[in-house]
Design a protein around this ligand. Structure first.
Ligand code: ZN
Length: 182
């Protein structure tokens, strides 16, 4: 198990469409384990594979910080089947965009089809916080940030901060690669 470096806004891998997982092997299990460890170390409630530099259709969710007894869960090759219910506006943040939190409007519930580590197909229905995290992480697999969902005025106000985060991310990554990690 390992805590991986979380890529920051501006990293090209975060704008790519993630590839489908075809091999349900030990490498996939290790990736998921590492993602869960990385998410927990960062005190996040969700993490998508592109955020650790792997352009694959995988994300993990752990709402244990908010809902007692919830276990970390992996969603592989997820497909959103339906978003439904009320529009809910809530503040969101992202481990790839540290220091920025803004109100985002999303549907309150979601129906999703996904595979588990063995490749078995499941369908699930989630609501409230769990649904929100799923929609946020699913966006990452399509190269979308929550900041893309803000109005043009808000985005303009954030553009300087986003540039600074991108610059910092480039530096951190170069530093890590220089030392042979990440
Ligand atoms: Zn995010």
């Amino acid at each position: 198990m390992a805590v991986l470096y979380i890529r920051k806004y501006g990293d090209p891998v975060l704008r790519q469409k993630a590839a489908r997982v075809e091999q349900f092997d030990d490498d996939l299990a290790t990736l998921v384990e590492d993602m869960i460890e990385t998410m927990q170390a960062a005190e996040g409630i969700g993490l998508a594979a592109p955020q650790v530099g792997v352009s694959k259709a995988v994300f993990v969710v752990d709402v244990g910080l908010l809902e007692k007894g919830a276990q970390p869960q992996a969603f592989i090759n997820p497909e959103i089947l339906e978003e439904f219910g009320e529009d809910v506006t809530m503040e969101e943040g992202c481990l790839s965009i540290p220091g920025i939190a803004e109100d985002v409007t999303r549907k309150e519930a979601v129906r999703i089809r996904y595979q588990d580590l063995q490749g078995h197909v499941h369908e699930g229905q989630y609501k409230d916080m769990f649904a929100r995290v799923i929609l946020h992480e699913y966006d990452h697999l399509n190269g979308i940030f929550f900041t893309d969902r803000l109005g043009p005025m808000k985005r303009r106000l954030l553009s300087k901060k986003l540039k600074a985060i991108a610059e910092q991310g480039r530096k951190e990554l170069a530093e890590r690669q220089l030392h042979g990690v990440g």
